[in-house]
Design a protein around this ligand. Sequence first.
Ligand SMILES: Cc1ncc(COP(=O)(O)O)c(C=O)c1O
Length: 384
Amino acid sequence: MSTFDFDAPADRSGTHSVRWEKYAGRDVIPLWVADTDFHAPPAVVDALKRRLDQGVFGYTLAPPELRRLIVERMARLYHWAIEPDWVVFLPGVVSGLYMAANRLSDPGDHLISPAPVYYHLFRAAQHAPRDWTDVPMVLEGGRWVWDEARLAESARARSRLLMLCNPHNPGGTVFRRHELERIAAFSEKHNLTIVSDEIHCDLLLEEGLVHCPIASLSPAVSRRTVTLMAPSKTFNTAGIGLAFAIVEDPALREAFSFDLKKSVHDASLFAYEAAVAAYRDGDAWLAVQLEYLRGNRGLVEATVARLPGVETVHLEATYLSWIDCSGLGVADPHALFLEHGLGLSPGADFGAPQFVRLNFGTQRKVLAEAMKRFEKAVTSTQKT
Ligand SMILES: Cc1ncc(COP(=O)(O)O)c(C=O)c1O
């Protein structure tokens, strides 16, 4: 029997959890922002305790061991040979997205981004500010994929960056090698830098699928790519704060990070400790977590499948179900679920108001109650 118990209740009250504080004092199950209710791997907790006990918390370098572990992980899991000095540490992937939009394009340049997508991919363009084009994601064979005809039409003379989210959030698509090859070919044709947010790369739920970092396709693709990853989704350490960019090309790396110190703070020393422990000792925990999440996915998908007016695809990755509510005939599906005690992410945040995103990274018991509320909300729309 596994020593990791994902059914163990986690009381997050008093921890200022973003997810739980939003509806504090109300009978609302909050299944929105993307962290989970699971205790981090014991190896991570123990490493943090040890570092805490040492008691001196001054400025701290990124441990060389962390670079080594990342190099080793990329080779072992993704057959991707990288060098330690390609890694640039960041406090979060979001910082990396904004840095990329600002540093790797000039005013007047144009960005290309999928839609719907995790909102910071296009907000980074908005904020820079740069003009950008949304390329729609379309359903093909039960998977959300890029509309490649629209992608082909999206390039302009001043296009500089292509924003990719792989696995895709929302929708959970794990892009296949041949799909990535076509995106890479398009980027090559138009001389685009690829900014690839791969934060969900370790959360593949569909057995047999493998994550393919787009930069691993070939040395040429690698030289035009900034890959963003983090241990935070994988090991539920988002509140600790650490991510990294992998950038092979020295000029691109320099452009991406030349005023890093002025833009963002170093990752915290606790973040380094947690990341080393997670990557060195966390994979057995991760395997059990993935199995648990598969069970939760089954519960969500079975509930949605037997209800009228709602639909979802079979999620390949992430713990975020993307549910189409257009069959319910309500203007604001997020508000409907909230009235029934369920706090989901509004699809409008991602550019699709008729959808909601449901985070099933919680204890099965909590999820079962949430799905009862989900069902009540849906059936309430069927009454005349
Ligand atoms: C695709 C994607 N990128 C980035 C993030 C956040 O990254 P970080 O917390 O490292 O800034 C999330 C969190 O939900 C995400 O889904």
